[in-house]
Design a protein around this ligand. Structure first.
Ligand code: NAD
Length: 730
């Protein structure tokens, strides 16, 4: 205790989020730099501070303009503070309305000042940050590649509620604002200028000067005063334009959301209605509409998913904090097939030196070309960008002798799924690797501990399981073998994050996490066919639940031979509860391997390669039908998803994951489990363990696979939820 302050605990000094300075005697600059945080977010205390600053400036005489900029490199404002949102998820509707109107009137101060207001945007400007910028008279963007403006609220089951749905269409046009708000996708700085959302685009180091220039111009011309008046009125829109926009945007929304996400349609309806109102009336509608979305199950689930990914960004993969991950500077990829190409391209895109090798010379030549095409792919061009390919080309080494492979910090093996072939390769490579180098396998089924047998340094070996296609799938399972070291795990996790992935650390077991949970669901689909359900009925039940693809169609995508192999691995591991269907080997025997052979459970022999029912496949399946049971949608849903949930419970019992959240993250980002359900365990918690045990009762006669594991029985007794289970002992 400090002498002289006995009994009085000093108040912690509250550091300001905003700094006021004067680049010119009559031009104020508010720099937003949230102390102790990597990004600027709009919390209640930040908003209060902003209000104080704006009120003080409003009263001050002789101010010509105000510039708002960020003190954080790469971010203007990352949005509202979601942690504060979560606490209010169950708030009554009038409180939600008040939350919106308070924000609207605070930001509204920016368009009522006796001076010009300019947002100088360098970096990410999204959510509440984009709304704040929209309330300014003008926006200037930097040409930095990180600069973007977006309204991602629909991805959280909401829409902008601090005036975004009112200001954005009045500034950038209804069509542009609808696209931004209903898709939730950000636009870059060039697009912002093109659509009139930003007035100028300059180099980051010229942003302040340009803002000052703009204030002087606006003062002279008075254009901002005319715009203030214009933007506070209704938006002149023809009824035919409204009809056209309504029909086209709603069709796009339906295609994207399949009706499972209400926020984009709610935003569309709101904006079509409020564009013909004065801004104050439109703002009031925005606030009342927001209260309908706030706190709904979809909103709660999507906010939960946001926090799953947010936690993953901060998780090092270890519970201890004293391991500094080694930096991977060069990567060798062995196997230039589908996965090797994807993994090598992901490295190139991150500008990490990568060498690729393959036992087959033609596979290597084709593979290397595939890597460059993939790494230089441009979404707008819908093909490779030659400039990018030229820039990235020197970072790729095509290794004919493996000499370049063994010199790398990390070697990822992505060869054929055969334990002997993989072990043979390691026996040749390992003695040539650098002492600190990490060796990793992309195997999808073979236990890592088994592959490590015979290695001199098994502690420097782990699984690094990327998903197909690597470009799109964000999940990477980092698999810890029996003796894999913490240092190896930490380096692998940090590396996967550098590639922009979401890594989760899994303890070794057959199927790891995602395939282990996928298998019971896929296998149950075949059991249902054997009991008389049709392929269409089974897939429809899964789609209705929200899965992106039904299990039968998924068999065709994965390849029936691959699925058969994986099924055997799972059966060997758990013969008590894995009941293999004879339908799969029969299909494989008939040469029906899925999309790759043009037919599997469905036929793909048409121009667009779309799945079509195939009588030959139906006949094979029908020949194994024991009894022609009729299933309801609910029965099909229970049959498909309860086995997945029971397996997840066993995974928790066995401490295969470090945290319950990894199960949900893994399934959403590795399998496409519906985010609007928040993940498998989040969904199960909405039902409760007691209800799940009840749902299992009529299914118990089907065998061990439907028997509640002890953990679930215990949870049903105590009312314990999955979220809240203590897992940290791993
Ligand atoms: P692939 O058949 O497309 O490619 C494998 C490549 O490895 C071929 O080019 C082959 O010539 C080469 N190869 C085989 N033996 C070799 C050896 N001894 N030395 C060097 N090269 C050799 O296979 P893929 O689909 O890319 O799968 C590779 C690995 O990734 C497998 O372990 C697989 O289980 C795993 N995996 C695959 C997927 C998927 O969907 N395809 C997803 C995740 C993980």
């Amino acid at each position: 205790m400090t002498p002289g302050t006995a009994g009085i605990s000093p108040l912690p000094a509250v550091e300001s989020a905003f700094t006021l300075s004067w680049p010119e005697s009559d031009i104020a600059l508010l720099t937003f730099d949230l102390p102790g945080k990597g990004a600027n977010v709009l919390s209640r205390s930040v908003l209060a501070e902003l209000k104080e600053n704006l009120a003080a400036l409003h009263e001050r005489k002789g101010v010509a303009g105000l510039i708002i900029k960020s003190g954080k490199p790469g971010t203007f404002i990352a949005g509202a503070d979601l942690r504060e949102f979560v606490v209010q998820l169950h708030a009554p509707k009038d409180q939600v309305v008040a939350l919106c109107t308070t924000g609207q009137s605070l930001f509204g101060m920016l368009s009522k000042t006796p001076f010009v207001t300019v947002a100088a945007i360098d970096g990410i400007c999204v959510g509440g940050g984009a709304e704040l910028a929209c309330w300014c008279d003008r926006r200037i963007v930097s040409c930095h590649p990180k600069t973007e403006i977006g309204f991602p609220e629909v991805k959280l089951g909401l829409y902008p509620g601090w005036g975004g749905t009112v200001r954005a269409p009045r500034i950038a046009g209804l069509a542009n604002a609808l696209e931004m708000i209903t898709s939730g996708e950000p636009i870059d700085s060039k697009a912002a200028v093109l659509m009139g959302l930003a007035s100028d685009r300059v180099r980051p180091d010229d942003l302040l000067r340009a803002a000052v220039r703009m204030i002087r111009d606006e003062q002279r011309s008075g254009a901002y005063v005319r715009d203030r008046k214009r933007w506070s009125g209704p938006l002149a829109t023809e009824p035919t334009e409204l009809g056209f926009l309504g029909a086209t945007v709603s069709a796009v929304i339906q295609q994207e959301t399949k009706g499972n996400y209400p926020a984009p349609s709610a935003a569309l309806e709101l904006m079509l209605e409020t564009c013909s109102l004065d801004a104050p009336a439109a703002l009031a509608r925005e606030a009342t509409g927001m209260a309908e979305l706030f706190g709904t199950p979809v909103n709660a689930a999507l906010i939960h998913v946001f926090f799953l990914t947010d936690r993953n960004k901060r998780d090092t993969g270890l519970d201890r904090k004293d391991v500094t991950p080694a930096v991977i500077r060069s990567v060798g990829v062995v196997g230039a097939g589908i996965m090797g190409q994807g993994i090598a391209a992901a490295n190139l895109k991150t500008e990490i030196h990568v060498a690729i090798a393959d036992a087959a010379e033609d596979a290597l030549t084709l593979g290397a070309r595939g890597v460059l095409e993939e790494a230089s792919f441009d979404r707008k061009l819908k093909g490779p960008d030659a400039q990018r390919a030229l820039r990235l080309g020197p970072l790729l080494t095509v290794s004919h002798s493996e000499a370049e492979i063994v010199a790398c910090d990390l070697v990822v093996e992505a060869i054929v799924e055969n334990a002997e072939a993989k072990k043979g390769l390691y026996a040749r490579l390992e003695p040539q690797l650098r002492p600190q180098a990490i060796l990793a396998s992309n195997t999808s089924t073979i236990p890592i501990t088994k592959l490590a047998e015979g290695l001199a340094r098994p502690e420097q070996f782990c699984g690094l399981h990327f998903f197909n296609p690597v470009r799109r799938m964000k999940l990477v399972e980092v698999i810890r073998g029996k003796v894999t070291s913490d240092e190896t795990i930490a380096a692998a996790v940090a590396y996967a994050k550098r590639l922009g992935k979401l890594p989760i650390v899994i303890n070794d077991c057959p199927g790891f996490l995602v395939n282990r949970l996928l298998f019971p669901y896929m296998n149950e689909a075949l059991q249902l066919l054997g009991e008389g359900a049709s392929m269409k009925e089974v897939d429809r039940a899964s789609l209705a639940f929200g899965m992106p693809l039904g299990p039968i169609a998924l068999y065709d995508l994965v390849g029936l031979d691959t699925a058969l192999f994986a099924g055997r691995v799972m059966w060997e591991a758990h013969p008590d509860r894995v009941l293999l269907s004879p339908i799969l080997p029969a299909m494989v025997k008939a040469g029906r391997l899925g999309q790759k052979t043009g037919n599997g459970f469905f036929s793909y022999q048409n121009k667009k390669k779309k799945a079509q029912p195939d009588p030959e496949a139906d006949a094979i399946a029908l020949s194994y039908v024991k009894n022609g049971t009729k299933f309801t949608l609910e029965q099909l849903t229970h049959r498909l998803f309860l086995p997945m949930l029971l397996e997840a419970t066993r995974v928790l019992q066995e401490k295969i994951v470090r945290d319950v959240r990894d199960v949900d993250l893994g399934l959403i980002f590795g399998l496409g489990f519906p985010p609007f359900k928040g993940g498998l365990l989040f969904w199960a918690d909405t039902l409760g363990a007691g209800k799940i045990v009840e749902m299992l009762k009529p299914l118990e006669g089907l065998g061990e696979r439907f028997h509640a594991p002890p953990l679930l029985v215990e949870m049903a007794k105590t009312g314990q939820k999955f979220y809240g289970l203590e897992m940290k002992s791993v």
